[in-house]
Design a protein around this ligand. Structure first.
Ligand SMILES: Nc1nc2c(ncn2[C@@H]2O[C@H](COP(=O)(O)OP(=O)(O)OP(=O)(O)O)[C@@H](O)[C@H]2O)c(=O)[nH]1
Length: 396
């Protein structure tokens, strides 16, 4: 008998220790509606003393097209960091391009400095102009824009007839800014409509920086005082949802995520539904990276958008392009624009390339504005794109 009592005591003790370890290892999020096996899960930075709602606020059918039921109001508990931790307070996004201009050093030394050196020569020969042309082409400015810049520079430098470095610099900045689409509308459609949040879909090929960009945009919006909800519709890669959740946790933003391998359209639909019910200002949806050459995956992206549109119009579709892939990025972009209507481009990793001129060719060839540029791996290294500031940073 004694033996049985001791054995039971050992089992109970082992269970208690196991449970303690699990709690101790818990993430900084609280699962409010743990229905991950079947559908989506809403996670948010752990609030203190929050009692999870009795009825799950966010669940989606595991497969098939989601239903368009009435939106049941969701009360998101106030975001509070774990004891000892504080939420980040992201800096405002305005003027970031100027603050981060040194990140364009590689493009600046090959493009800006290269051009200025040639232009400063006393009398410019045909060979010199060819050098200007080659420098622009090497920086991925593209043929049409290069021709325009060279023609304008030839005329203007004759008019200017000066070797003065300041005047030449100003001339170059003006001509570069002119081909950067100064009149394009670069407003990010992230303002809440009267009765619903703004909905932003982030798309692109694998590794372009979509998840990172979603996280950085969330920070920008939080920094501007808006409420945000993230949707982890990249269900192919579990780490992507974890990554997105971590971005959200740092600034107190909740994430709707699904089961690994689940239907991305369901997660996106659910995120918008929860965002509407919780009256947030913006819902940002991260999608899985896909090769533009795989037509099945591209069709699936179209489906994600169509399914979301059963809940709400999509206000912004941002295509994330890796600037270091050069002209291949333009080819990718074209295929994406056939699957979904892209409204803006985010050009990432401009800090890692000498080909900053890609901004010019991407915009001109697609007729879609670059709205944001990624200038590093830091949490706030994402800047609204401004043609004049960019041209100045390139020229140095
Ligand atoms: N240097 C630099 N690195 C960046 C920038 N943006 C993103 N990255 C890095 O690019 C890598 C890929 O970023 P992710 O956000 O995981 O890319 P993704 O497109 O979501 O990838 P998939 O989910 O695999 O499709 C990460 O190491 C990021 O830190 C940038 O502007 N500059």
């Amino acid at each position: 008998m004694e033996f049985v009592i001791i054995a039971v005591a050992i089992v109970v003790l082992a269970l208690l220790v196991g449970a303690g370890l699990l709690v101790g290892r818990g993430r900084r999020t609280t699962r409010l509606d743990d229905d991950a096996a079947a559908g989506t899960t809403l996670t948010r930075p752990r609030p203190t003393d929050v009692v999870p709602p009795a009825a799950p606020p966010a669940t989606a059918p595991p497969t098939g097209t989601p239903t368009d039921e009435d939106v049941v109001p969701v009360d998101l508990p106030p975001a509070e960091p774990e004891p000892g931790l504080v939420f980040d307070v992201p800096p405002p996004s305005a003027g970031r391009l100027v603050r981060l201009r040194s990140r364009l050093a590689r493009s600046q030394s090959s493009l800006g400095r290269g051009l200025l050196t040639v232009l400063a020569r006393e009398k410019l020969t045909e060979d010199d102009w060819e050098e200007v042309e080659e420098t622009l082409l090497a920086a991925d400015v593209g043929v049409a824009a290069t021709t325009q810049i060279v023609q304008r520079l030839r005329t203007q430098s004759l008019v200017l007839a000066t070797g003065d470095a300041g005047a030449l610099r100003e001339l170059l900045v003006t001509e570069l800014a002119a081909v950067l689409g100064p009149d394009m509308d670069r407003t990010l459609a992230t303002d809440r409509e009267l009765d619903r949040p703004a909905v932003v879909l982030v798309v692109g090929v694998n590794g372009a920086g979509k998840t990172t960009t979603c996280g950085k945009i969330a920070r920008v919006l939080v920094g501007d005082g808006r409420s945000v909800l993230l949707g982890a519709a990249d269900t192919f890669r579990a780490a992507a949802a974890d990554q997105l959740e971590t971005w959200g946790e740092r600034v107190g933003v909740p994430t709707v995520r699904g089961a690994e391998g689940g239907d991305p359209a369901s997660v996106a639909f659910e995120a918008v539904k929860v965002g509407k019910a919780a009256d947030v200002d913006a819902v940002l949806i991260d999608t899985a990276g896909r090769l533009h050459t795989k037509s099945g995956l591209m069709d699936e992206l179209g489906k994600v958008k169509r399914v979301v549109e059963k809940q709400s119009p999509v206000d912004e579709v941002l295509l994330v392009l890796d600037a270091t892939t050069g002209q291949n990025g333009v080819v990718q972009a074209r295929v994406f624009t056939e699957a979904v209507t892209v409204t803006g481009i985010v050009l990432t990793k401009l800090d890692g390339t000498a080909k900053g001129g890609i901004v010019v060719s991407v915009q001109r060839e697609l007729g879609i504005p670059v709205k944001l540029v990624g200038l590093g791996e830091g949490a706030d290294d994402l800047a609204p794109f401004e043609p004049r500031a960019f041209a100045e940073a390139l020229v140095g």
